[in-house]
Design a protein around this ligand. Structure first.
Ligand SMILES: C[S@@+](CC[C@H](N)C(=O)[O-])C[C@H]1O[C@@H](n2cnc3c(N)ncnc32)[C@H](O)[C@@H]1O
Length: 236
């Protein structure tokens, strides 16, 4: 089963490269991954997400850490949907570096806080209701964007909370063909407003991941230029 998932993830990547994915989007059955804070609390309470600490998962956290270290080594970082703070531990930021993690699950935030070092700050909040009064050099969406009600609107909102020259780092797992197609549709939508500065595709035993560094396209659009095409990500 594990090998099957990894191979179908690879298959998804190949489909995407061939352009066939666009045709198959219409067939995907899995639409949206919503859950409220109570669902997330219950899942964290029974340890459902503990596997995120497993070796097999390490590669996408390390990819994020690598991009941060290369592109914004001294920069502040906002980790949206930080869960139990796995990324914060992997990042090993200097104790004084600015790290803020948010997550709707009070259970996850409590365990992130318990394990945290340095000056890290954690808040119980969703991407939708969090309004930071500061700008960050790096904003991370690590396995969270596809849980947001409107991923495109979420990325747009946080573009205004990036410091000048700031970057988004986004990771999305591809767990099989159907899931992969859903995620690829999210990539497709958010990249209409962004420039991809770097990207990597990772295949492990249980899943595959795509991790990208994006910068928002913020240049003023001349009046005669048509607005970029918009497409609903998740039908009601
Ligand atoms: C798969 S877990 C990933 C956790 C963490 N980013 C990591 O990779 O270790 C998804 C996380 O997204 C959070 N989440 C779900 N909906 C969210 C939303 N609308 N805004 C912010 N976080 C959300 C969940 O509470 C959960 O902790």
């Amino acid at each position: 089963m594990r090998a099957f998932k990894a191979w179908t993830s690879l298959g998804t990547l190949l489909l995407r490269e061939s352009g066939l994915a666009r045709l198959l989007y219409a067939l995907r059955a899995r639409r949206g991954y919503f859950g409220d804070a109570a669902d997330w609390n219950a899942e964290y309470a029974v340890g459902k997400w503990r596997f995120l600490n497993d070796l097999d998962q390490a590669c996408h956290y390390q990819a994020i850490a690598l991009y941060r270290a290369r592109l914004k080594p001294q920069g502040s970082l906002l980790d949206i949907g930080c869960g139990e703070g796995v990324l914060h531990r992997v990042l090993q930021m200097p104790p004084t570096a600015r790290y803020v993690g948010i997550d709707p699950s009070v259970t996850a935030i409590a365990s992130a806080e318990a394990a945290a070092t340095g000056t890290a700050q954690f808040y119980v909040a969703t991407a939708e209701n969090f309004m930071p009064n500061e700008r960050f050099d790096v904003i991370v969406f690590n396995e969270v964007l596809y849980y947001c009600v409107d991923p495109v609107a979420t990325v747009r909102k946080f573009a205004s909370h990036l410091a000048p020259g700031g970057i988004f780092i986004v990771s999305m797992a591809l767990c099989g063909l159907r899931d992969g197609l859903t995620k690829l549709s999210v990539w497709d939508a958010i990249e209409r407003d962004a420039t991809v500065k770097a990207e990597i595709a990772l295949i492990a035993q249980t899943a595959g991941w795509i991790v990208k560094v994006l910068t928002p396209v913020t240049a003023a659009v001349p009046k005669e230029t048509p607005a970029p095409r918009q497409r609903a990500l998740v039908p009601a």
